[in-house]
Design a binder for this molecule. Structure first.
Ligand code: AMP
Length: 284
């Protein structure tokens, strides 16, 4: 059924390129997997402020999901997304089907080494290869002047900054702050998986980050102690199962013994079957 909307939708690469050719002025790109929330919309608003045109991509990228992850049940609601984007004044929504993005005989990937060895990269092998490849493709298809990403996915930001620097993509990466629910839970499309009991339990991620912030503000610089204090809070929540707690260099993702300059405090926690991530930067 054709979607009735005032936003221009390009659902093929050729269609996106045609729309791009008509744009004379600066172009901002906001890559998303859809099921939009205020976090996504904050990136769109920022792009609208910075650029003459804003392109939002909606693509649930199969190559960044591992076997047994939530690709098939990832939440989708394209009509609702288009309504939200129309209200914000998005110029083009690029939402290709997977077979248009990945050719049957494709055998090229963008692989970022080192910074992907840890954290999300260690727990989700192949994840960042999928992310880097699809974002690289989006950069080549949309040719934006600026691309917008959320601090919510801190390691993803570092990976994107690496491909832009290493492969000479001619654009600026703009990182936007994490948008939270009023009680502090970081907004995520995956929050829709949580039932009310799990939604309450999910707050433990934010509480543990707040604890890290309080420790740091009180002068604690021992990264091990910060991790232990966070672990204690997380252990107090029965529904939470910790994947990792990290106090690392925001540039290399290497774990720190001592917080000297800045530290990225990040964590991944399963609440039931739902895996949530969050982070803050200390000394930022
Ligand atoms: P996703 O649809 O989850 O792939 O996210 C698309 C973009 O939105 C990524 O750059 C995310 O980092 C960003 N994003 C997701 N959640 C938030 C949030 N709560 N605050 C700010 N940005 C976010």
């Amino acid at each position: 059924m054709p979607l009735i909307t005032a936003v221009r939708v390009a659902d093929t690469i050729a269609g996106m390129r045609r729309a791009r050719e008509e744009m004379c002025g600066t172009v901002g790109l906001v890559p998303t997997m859809g099921y939009l929330h205020e976090g996504h919309l904050s990136l769109v608003r920022r792009s609208r402020r910075d650029n003459d045109y804003t392109v939002v991509s909606i693509f649930v990228n199969p190559t960044q999901f591992g076997p047994g992850e939530d690709l098939s049940r990832y939440p989708r609601d394209i009509s609702r997304d288009l309504g939200l984007l129309e209200k914000l004044g998005t110029d083009v929504v690029f939402s290709p089907p997977p077979e248009d993005m990945y050719y049957e005989d494709a055998s090229s990937w963008i692989v970022v080494e080192k910074v992907t060895d840890r954290l999300e990269g260690a727990v989700r092998p192949g994840h960042f290869r999928g992310v880097a490849t699809v974002v690289g493709k989006l950069f080549n298809i949309v040719e934006p002047h600026r691309a917008y990403f959320g601090q919510k996915d801190a390691q993803q930001v570092v990976v994107i900054q690496k491909i832009v620097a290493d492969l000479d993509f001619n654009l600026e990466v703009v990182v936007c702050p994490t948008v939270r629910e009023p009680d502090g839970l970081a907004m995520s499309s995956r929050n829709s998986y949580l039932d009310s009991e799990q939604r309450r339990a999910a707050l433990v991620l934010y509480h543990s980050l707040q604890k890290a912030q309080r420790e740091y503000s009180a002068g604690v610089r021992d990264a091990g102690r910060i991790r232990r204090e966070m672990a204690e809070i997380l252990q107090s929540e029965q529904l939470a199962e910790v994947d990792y707690i990290s106090v690392a260099s925001p540039l290399t993702m290497e774990e720190l013994d001592t917080v000297e300059d800045q530290a990225l405090v990040s964590l991944a926690v399963k609440i039931g079957k739902t895996r949530l991530i969050d982070n803050i930067v200390l000394g930022g």
